[in-house]
Design a protein around this ligand. Structure first.
Ligand SMILES: NC(=O)C1=CN([C@@H]2O[C@H](COP(=O)(O)OP(=O)(O)OC[C@H]3O[C@@H](n4cnc5c(N)ncnc54)[C@H](OP(=O)(O)O)[C@@H]3O)[C@@H](O)[C@H]2O)C=CC1
Ligand SMILES: O=C(O)[C@@H]1CCC=N1
Length: 269
């Protein structure tokens, strides 16, 4: 029997997931979407050939519901959905901070819930999605969530107690790398390079470094040491990074992201 999947609140992350599922072979006719604005629903239909429905219709029709609204909109969406979700549906939450218990308390007793934190590289099938079971989710439900999110990249199962930390690392993670590229491109301009050349040099260096990190099996310290020649250029840069507390700043930044994820747990702003 065909499994229907509905993405509810199809914004940036919902659409990234949806497009990846279609690239991976899901039939658009088996994918339902909901949106708050009619023009957004039509945009999704035109772009992907998926079927826009109401939240209630999605709840009644789809076997799996993936909720990709903002944490602050989750309470309202669940209030609307709750009367319509049969307990044999799998409900997946993609929202930062929101614990599975938040959904379980608002849905019918026994509804299986899975929490997933993915990231925007889903757009290029290189997402990192971390997956945790709620109290009624079985191994089969987790495997189904892995199948869906596996369409857009890697998946990893973690205890739910680690979800806020994972949100800080990989959920928000791409933003830190974009920020670094932005800052390093500015440095290139200071050093007299045209912006487009500086951008290309930094992006290719980032891609090369990322592939080495993934494929070489070497520790990042060893990879950095290999670049850092005695009395050379790199060590001068590293000294400045240490002088400016960049390592401490990153630790503090990720701690702040983890804390914000915890704050979002109640779904309030
Ligand atoms: N952006 C990211 O990098 C990541 C985001 N996330 C999580 O994904 C979720 C979505 O984030 P993102 O995609 O960036 O946000 P978006 O605002 O792009 O997407 C959320 C969408 O939900 C719609 N919406 C809100 N309420 C309803 C409703 N009741 N019924 C139907 N649609 C509704 C919004 O409509 P409208 O357009 O009218 O506001 C919007 O299109 C968040 O919970 C976030 O924590 C997780 C990982 C990474
Ligand atoms: O900034 C946010 O809250 C979302 C969650 C992870 C990435 N973006």
């Amino acid at each position: 029997m065909t499994q229907k999947v509905a993405v509810l609140g199809t914004g940036k992350i919902g659409e990234a997931l949806l497009s990846g599922m279609i690239r991976a072979g899901w039939a658009p006719t088996d994918l339902l979407v909901t949106a708050r604005r009619p023009e957004r629903a039509e945009e999704l239909r035109a772009r992907h050939g998926v079927t826009p429905v109401t939240n209630a219709e999605a709840a009644k029709t789809a076997d799996t519901l993936i909720l990709t609204v903002k944490p602050q909109d989750m309470g309202t969406l669940l209030t609307e959905l709750a009367p319509h979700v049969p307990t044999d549906r799998l409900v997946i939450s993609g929202a930062a901070g929101i614990p599975t218990s938040f959904l379980e308390e608002r849905l019918a007793q026994g509804t299986p819930v899975v929490r997933v934190m993915t990231n925007t590289p889903a757009l290029v099938d290189e997402a990192m999605s971390v997956i945790s079971a709620g109290s009624h989710a079985t191994a089969g439900h987790l495997a189904h969530a892995e199948e869906i999110f596996g369409a857009v990249g890697k998946t990893l199962r973690v205890p739910e107690s680690q979800q806020d930390a994972c949100t800080a690392l990989s959920g928000s993670g791409p933003a830190y790398f974009f920020y670094l590229v932005e800052a390093m491109t500015d440095a290139g301009i200071l050093l007299g390079l045209p912006r487009d050349k500086a951008h290309d040099l930094i992006v290719q260096s980032a891609i090369g470094a990322a592939i080495m990190l993934r494929d070489s099996g070497e520790h990042p310290v060893k990879l950095r040491e290999n670049v850092t020649s005695p009395a050379g250029t790199t060590i001068n840069a590293i000294r400045e990074l240490e002088n400016h507390g960049v390592r401490a700043a990153l630790i503090a930044a990720l701690e702040a992201a983890r804390d914000r994820s915890r704050e979002l747990a109640s779904g309030s702003s």
